[in-house]
Every structure is written in structure tokens, then in C-alpha cells.
Design a binder for this molecule. Sequence first.
Ligand code: ADP
Ligand code: MG
Length: 375
Amino acid sequence: MSLRNAFSELFGLVPDLVTAAPGRVNLIGEHVDYNDGFVLPFAIDARTYCALRVREDSRVRIASKQAGGEIYETELAELKPLTGPNWARYILGVIWALEVKNGVEILIDSEVPSGAGLSSSAALECSVAIALNEIFTLNKSLPQLARLTQRAENEYVGVPCGIMDQSISLMGKSGHALLLDCRDLSTRQIRVDFANLGLKLLIIDTRAHHALVDGGYAERRSQCEAVAQTLGVKALRDVTIGELEIARMKLPEVNFKRARHVVTEIERVSLAVKALEADSFEEFGKLLNQSHISLRDDYNVSCAELDLTVDAALNCGALGSRMVGGGFGGSAIALIREGDAGKVASNIERAFQSAGFTTPRFFDSLPSDGAQVLN
Ligand code: ADP
Ligand code: MG
């Protein structure tokens, strides 16, 4: 059943509009968004859809097909951070952050796998934000919506995420990755033409989800902040590797390693852009590999499933491979020759089977457009 029909059946009236916002994959620049660094994500084909109708009163009624389809109801005046069922907070948080003055009804449906590191959360938030911005003529720019949806996730949901996911879900462009400066949100679209060069970006959802996720992320953020403070800078973005080496003695060894990942990763993003612009995919692949090693050894956010995926992909001729997202599970990417897709996937599958891990899932996607109003 179409989302419009499902909406009518659930709420008794047709929606005023339907929007869509994509998930994302980050090519390179991992764990640098909250250090004011540069990232290079692209929007994937898979989208979250939001059907919305404005009410005459101040009632808020929301449902998601991925959360059982039951309506959760509240009042605008009752919206308060960290309240409501977890799935509902992502939607309520956006209504709250955008200071909506009318009641609404919302039904969500999504193709973005949840918790796979492809940012279903930002896809959800941005589909709602675009809908509210359009229907209430809020005239917010895309960077403004990125900040507001981030605020929704930080404060209302209670997840201390950076600005990358919302930015790319809103600003993605087909055929391009987005070079995003996480400090001022300035952007540059970088052409990424894998297909024309006979290449493909394989996305592997390891389906592992280790308990460390939440605590581990917060811990690393505060380690980065501590180093920035010791060095007297606003964020690690303002530090060169030379300056970091000089300060090494002043830092706990583990914090030094965390910072070394961030500083070298930011440098790799700029090298990766140069490699893409020159169609040097061998070079680009090497940067992906270095990123993985740095995340694994200096940032310590990989896990057995992610390392096995990367090794199995490289053993099968991948040009480069790395874990993506927060880590401790989730997804990895591998840049491969188009004809090798089957071979690489079955090699990874075999490796998982031998290790006794859950069977992984495979996706691939070309860089696709950001959030849109569909009618
Ligand atoms: P990721 O963003 O990598 O997919 P997160 O843990 O950040 O993982 O976000 C997943 C959470 O977002 C889910 O547990 C759920 O609460 C919420 N969510 C995402 N998509 C939907 C959806 N379509 N319907 C309801 N809740 C969703
Ligand atoms: Mg998320």
C-alpha cells in the first residue's frame, strides 16, 4: 500500500504532503565531525518517507511503519526533551526544534535499515524537517535545518551526534559526494563517478552491534575535547600533526592516539578529494585503508566483524575498504571493480560463516539526491 493510502487509512484524511530524505554513507572523514573537521559523505538511494497533515488544533499524532504503526499522541505544549518512546523522540524532537505552532499528523515509512550505520535517524529527522519547513513556510535554509535537526537528536533524543548525517541527508546531490566543513557548514560538491570508471562502492552491514556504542562514542568525544583544551585550541581541527607530536609528553598516551586519528583523518579527507578530482582511485583506495587502520589502532572503534570484512574485501582485490560510522559494529565500505561484486560478497560471507558471525547484508548505491518534497 502506498504511504498516502496508509496515511488515509490510519488518520482518516489524506496527507497535505509527502517528503523523502536519504540515508548516507561517509567515504572518508570518520569521527571528525565533532572535531570541526571535514567529512565526505554521499546520500544513498534508500530513503525515509514522511506523510504529513496539518491539524486545526495543537494535537500531535505520529506513527511509523517501522515502529509497529501504532499512533503515539501528545500535545505541542507537552513536548519536552527526553520524553516519549525512543522512536517517537526523533520526530517530536524535530517538531520541538522547529517550534511548530500547529498540531500535525505524521506517518513514516523507510527503506533505510535502522542501526546499520547508514543514518536512518538523520533520514527520519530530515524527512520531517523538510515537511514542516515546506508546509509552514518556515523558510529555513538547509544548513539551518541541519543545525535544528542535530539539536533535536542531541537534546530531545539524547544522542550526542555531530552535524554530518543531517547535512548530507539535506544537501546530497546525485553523482556527488559532499565535502562538508563541519565548523561553518560550508560545502563543495565533489563529483564521484565510480560507475564510469567501472567501479562500485559496496556497503556491507556486518549486523554486529556491540554494547560499547553509546559509552564509547561519548568517551572519545571527551578525550578529543580534553586534548583540544590542553593545546589551547577550539577543536582538533586547529592542530597540525607536528604540533600534536610536540605536545605528546603533556598528554595521556590514549588521548594522544585519539587525537592522532582525528588530525591525520582530516588530512586524509583533503587528500581523498584531490584523488577523486584526479580520478586516482588507487590512491583513493589507499586512503580508505589508512583510515581503517587509524580507526582500528588509534581510535579503537573497530571490532572483529568490521576487521574481518575489510580483510576479506582486500584479499579479493578491493582497491580500498574501511569501517564507516561510529564503530563497534555497523557497516563497512569497499571500493571494488564492478565485475568483482559477487566474488567479494561471497568471500566476506564465507569469512563470516567460518568465524561464526551472523550473515552480513550487502547494499550498493550511487551518490543520490538529498531530501525532497515529493508533491
Ligand atoms: P542509524 O542512524 O545508524 O540507523 P541510530 O541508532 O542513530 O542508527 O538510529 C536508529 C534509531 O532511529 C532507531 O532505533 C529508531 O529509534 C529511530 N528510527 C530510525 N528510522 C526510523 C523509522 N523509520 N521509524 C521509527 N524510528 C526510526
Ligand atoms: Mg544515527
